[in-house]
Design a protein around this ligand. Structure first.
Ligand code: UDP
Ligand code: MG
Length: 132
């Protein structure tokens, strides 16, 4: 069994899409083993998004990701890291296929509904970061 870190971003919560996204995760057969709502600050975002911290759009990401609560989740299942990336869809909203979470709900890349770890190694780091 593999574990991945999933986070519903502020727009998912503001738009009332939590239930919809959680349903998709559960219908796929993954199990949510822990979850919590959190308010993130810039320090944790600089850590979590270290790979984009020097991009020109990073200040906007910080503003957005601190604009409201997020829902952090530990999701478990066979091949959960890669499997969740598939049901999430591509990062860029215009490239996310219909039928994926981002493809169906995101209308801008900065506010693309959901985060999911991109490797088993990062999943472990992110689960530690947000769940201790
Ligand atoms: N992002 C953006 N513009 C870009 C690339 C990324 O706004 O050109 C944002 C987007 O919200 C993305 C987040 O930065 O989800 C983290 O980027 P990453 O490359 O890790 O994409 P992800 O793993 O979320 O698909
Ligand atoms: Mg990423």
């Amino acid at each position: 069994m593999e574990r991945t870190y999933i986070m519903l971003k502020p727009d998912a919560i503001k738009r009332g899409l939590m239930g919809e996204v959680i349903s998709r995760i559960e219908r796929k057969g993954y199990r949510i083993v822990d979850c919590k709502m959190m308010h993130l600050d810039e320090a944790i975002l600089r850590e979590h998004y270290a790979h984009i911290a020097d991009k020109p759009f990073f200040p906007e990401i910080v503003e957005y990701m601190t604009s409201g609560p997020v829902l952090g989740m530990i999701v478990e299942g066979e091949n959960a890291v890669q499997g969740m990336r598939i049901i999430m869809g591509a990062t860029k909203f215009e490239e996310a296929a219909a039928g994926t979470i981002r493809g169906d709900y995101a209308f801008c890349t900065g506010q693309n509904i959901i985060h999911g770890s991109d490797s088993i190694e990062n999943a472990e780091i992110e689960i530690k970061r947000f769940f201790g």
